[in-house]
Design a binder for this molecule. Structure first.
Ligand code: F6P
Length: 545
């Protein structure tokens, strides 16, 4: 594909954008009593309301044209067909196979991958059942009380986020714990809270070469071996990886390795063996329901026309704001404490996927690509950074996410939580005019110069965009839908931008330099040439040790 900026729909959108420059969302709502009905869509008990955006029906028509011209449907079909769409790594992108039905063949280079996928699923199920039932124990025969996933990036964020999100479904299972940071404090906390004889360590690494994960895994193994002996340690470790040789070299029996494949990207891997900690924590049936939910969103993404396709709509709106309204950030605001790690998870998915500045073909892009994504659960965010979203100078499109029913009901808490969610999207959309502020202040007895001085600070411009995703309850199926929605949204954005959303070369340089510096810090290599800042910091670090 050529530059998206040279597509006819891009030019049409740029012209259309001008016609919306002075249009306030309040007026769009006032002028169309059916706006919510027209600009929202549901799939069962999962609703996307995108009516509170700076859009009209014409905007959505043009955005769908852009997606079509950029080849979103063609590339989507290529992904599901196992074609090599990750061009810079020369790989297919088939995380969708991980949640596909076993009897629907998905071919890669002519071979159906579903047999292998199903066989790993069955092994995971058996293993999870046995750990939960206390039939697969540690060396002393005691049931595992803690399951510690050691991994980082995609080998951590997905399982950690899901285990927290599905906490109400964890009854009867061991405690899931996650160690990712190479900072020894993370592992020390686990040592303090757990006992070697009742701890199972899952070493999760696609490559099994990641410094943080291997360093943590070696230290964890030492901890177990010191307490229970070298022989016994083997009963406390399993591996999730694509790299059998490295797993063996680490000292984990290949029979204790759950494999996956190079066509599963790290940040799309929670559906694979990387999800073992989830299956153990919530049980294999709930893990299966998570996959079913994702598959349901896959089916929707494949089948629905772009104009009525949730991931396509979210992706197209992201392009709309990033490329036509100069938005640089995107907020994800779950009104659900269980989704406390959702924004962190999405940061990797979106920013590692779409933080690119060359096209698939390697040419520099001359258009904005992935936004900075951030978020915190509501209502916490309201008392932290929402001020800037409401009254700052930047346009920050936001996604609000919430459930009709709480999985942890307590008095009126959930109603108040939901009231805040709806209020925030309304406030962002409506704003508050100077006239409204004046009337409010006057009603409170203010007048004259004091009133006038107070007005500008209390005005809200409004017309600030948001999407709302509302579902009945956060159960495994719904969570599967939600995650897959964002996976495919990321795909749609990347396709329109013409970039490879499935590589991550940008993390390599820091890794390379850290290797050199680590050797300098432990004195095994002489000081290397550095800029004066890096040199100064290294010297001061050594001096202060
Ligand atoms: O951050 C780079 C990255 O390669 C991610 O894409 C990946 O999720 C993470 O490191 C961990 O990699 P691995 O699973 O191979 O240890």
């Amino acid at each position: 594909m050529g530059a998206p900026t040279s597509l006819p729909a891009w030019a049409a959108l740029a012209r259309h954008r001008e016609t919306l420059a002075g249009v306030h969302m309040r007026d769009l709502f006032a002028g169309d009593g059916e706006r919510f009905r027209r600009l929202s869509l549901a799939r069962g008990d999962f609703l996307l309301d995108y009516s509170k955006n700076r859009i009209t029906a014409e905007t959505m028509r043009l955005l769908a044209n852009l997606a079509r011209e950029a080849g979103v449907q063609r590339r989507r079909d290529a992904m599901f067909a196992g074609e090599c769409i990750n061009v810079s790594e020369n790989r297919a992108v088939l995380h969708v196979a991980l949640r596909a039905p076993a009897d629907r063949p998905i071919r890669l280079d002519g071979t159906d991958v579903m047999g292998e996928v199903e066989s790993v699923r069955q092994r995971m199920r058996r293993f999870a059942d046995m750990v939960r039932a206390g039939k697969r124990t540690g060396a002393t025969g005691r049931k595992f009380a803690d399951v510690v996933n050691i991994g980082i990036g995609g080998s951590d964020l997905g399982p950690a986020m899901v285990c927290e999100a599905l906490a109400p479904f964890r009854a009867g299972g061991p405690n899931p714990r996650f160690v990712s940071n190479i900072d020894g404090a993370a592992l020390r906390d686990v040592f303090a809270a757990c006992r070697p004889e009742t701890s199972l360590f899952i070493v999760a690494s696609k490559t099994f070469t990641t410094l943080e994960t291997l360093t943590n895994a070696h230290s964890a193994r030492r901890w177990v071996a010191d307490a229970l002996g070298e022989e016994a340690a083997g009963k406390h470790f399993v591996a999730l990886s694509t790299n059998l040789d490295a797993v063996r070299a680490f000292g984990i029996d290949p029979d204790e390795m759950f494999p996956f494949w190079d066509w599963v990207g790290g940040r799309y891997s929670l559906w694979s063996a990387i999800g073992l900690s989830i299956a153990i924590a919530v049980g294999a049936d709930n893990f299966a329901a998570l996959l079913d939910g994702a598959r349901d969103m896959d089916d929707h993404f494949r089948e629905a026309p772009l104009e009525a396709n949730m991931p396509a709509i979210l992706g197209m709106l992201s392009v709309w704001y990033g490329n036509f309204w100069d938005a640089h950030t995107h907020a994800v605001l779950p009104y659900d404490q269980r989704l406390a790690r959702f924004a962190a998870f999405l940061q990797q998915m979106e920013m590692e996927s779409n933080g690119k500045s060359v096209t698939e073909g390697g040419a520099p892009v001359a258009w904005q690509t992935g936004p900075v994504l951030f978020g915190e659960p509501g209502t916490n965010g309201q008392h932290a950074f929402y001020q800037l979203i409401h009254q700052g100078t930047r346009l920050i499109p936001a996604d609000f996410i919430g459930a009709a029913r709480s999985q942890s009901p307590l008095g009126k808490h959930h109603q108040l939580l939901a009231a805040n969610l709806f209020a925030q999207t309304e406030a962002l959309m409506r704003g508050k005019t100077a006239a409204e502020v004046r009337a409010e202040l006057a009603a409170r007895g203010m007048s004259g110069a004091a009133l006038e001085a107070a007005v500008p600070h209390r005005v809200f411009s409004g017309s600030r965009p948001s999407n709302t995703i509302l579902y009945r309850a956060l159960d495994p199926f719904t969570l599967g839908r939600l995650i897959a929605l964002y996976e495919h949204k990321t795909f749609v954005e990347g396709t329109i931008w013409g970039i490879d959303s499935f590589d991550q070369w940008g993390v390599e340089l820091g890794k390379q330099l850290a290797g050199t510096i680590a050797a300098e810090l432990d004195g095994s290599k002489p000081p290397a040439a550095h800029d004066s800042s890096t040199r100064g910091l290294i010297d001061r670090f050594r001096e202060w040790r």
